[in-house]
Design a protein around this ligand. Sequence first.
Ligand code: ATP
Ligand code: MG
Length: 390
Amino acid sequence: MRHLIGRFHEIALKGKNRWRFVDQLKRNLRATFADYRLGPMRGEGPRLMVELPEDLSDEVARERASLMFGLQTFSIGRPAARDLDEIKSGVLDAIRGCNAQSFRILTRRADKQFAFNSPEIDRAVGAAVKEATGIKVDLEHPELTIGIEILPTVAFFSIGKYSGPGGLPVGVSGHAVALISGGIDSPVAAYRMMRRGLRLDFVHFHSFPLLSAASREKARDLVAHLTRYQARSNLILVPFAELQRRIVAQMPRPLRVVLYRRFMMRIASALAVESGATALVTGESLGQVASQTLENMTVITQAATLPVFRPLVGMDKNEIVDQARRLGTFETSIIPDQDCCTLFVPAHPETHARREQVEQAESMLEVDAMVADALGRSERVRLSFPRRSR
Ligand code: ATP
Ligand code: MG
């Protein structure tokens, strides 16, 4: 019987609330492994032990565990009899074919009655591994760590220790709506907030059929990628073309982008309230483009009825790009598309919008009716991970 041995990230610091974090992580694990029957889970100090079913390969277990926010590191433990020779032969079996250049053994002995102490076990198993494989011992920076644990009735060993994604389990911090364009920034912003424990719904504004459906497809692909971290997502596709037509017909040119954005805030706020979400998330970064000057961001925020989180606000574009590459969204984000906000936008948009100026312009529009109309024509797409069948 193998176990996933997960070590908690910040959860360890959460004092009396800790059980909420552990419970959420357990639920998230069941959802992420929904196509397998995970066995019992139990918390043991700073760790969570999960029994893995036979039909779940180590490879899939590792892939999925690396998506579980709240895990700092994890390994896959295999049982052995509490006998040094059995442990040696189990370890030798399990590392066959492993091509690490260096290793170390790290033993923890929870049962102090065991005949050998931890350093003795380290040395005995280490010598056997070295002799059988020729891999050298490196206590400081080993490529491979072989963990051994001696418990009162059973022993475990694990080959390798893997990095988890850190952060807090999705859901412990609440529920928000992320505005996802098709660009580089917004998926990174969403990822960073999910990693802080927020469960997200996603909203994408598109100008189809005025523009191609490419941005919708991209948003869907990006959300599918992000859904691996929370198992289920709702993506709301909101048609924006009609509303833009009105803005173009009636509003001063330089204000268009700010007005588009204010409508996005209103519509996203309404969607959030409807689904019980209590914040919005965007990929804005201070000064990156004309709509992201301090003045414009302020005026845009004033149209929202909920707090707006902008986790990238202090990041440079190249830092965001690096993170998008690591996250695996970059390649999708750079597929050419036609973003709705580039529609009818002047070469020199307003960079210092003022509240009174914007509100005065908007007083010529039927704002509530425009919002209600877009909401009424929005579509909901449900995405899940793992996909239904395997
Ligand atoms: P991104 O790479 O995320 O598109 P960007 O640098 O292109 O960002 P903007 O186009 O100004 O910046 O958009 C700023 C933020 O506004 C985006 O990060 C996103 O959160 C939101 N946003 C912009 N366009 C859309 C859209 N079509 N649908 C949903 N949200 C959008
Ligand atoms: Mg964009």
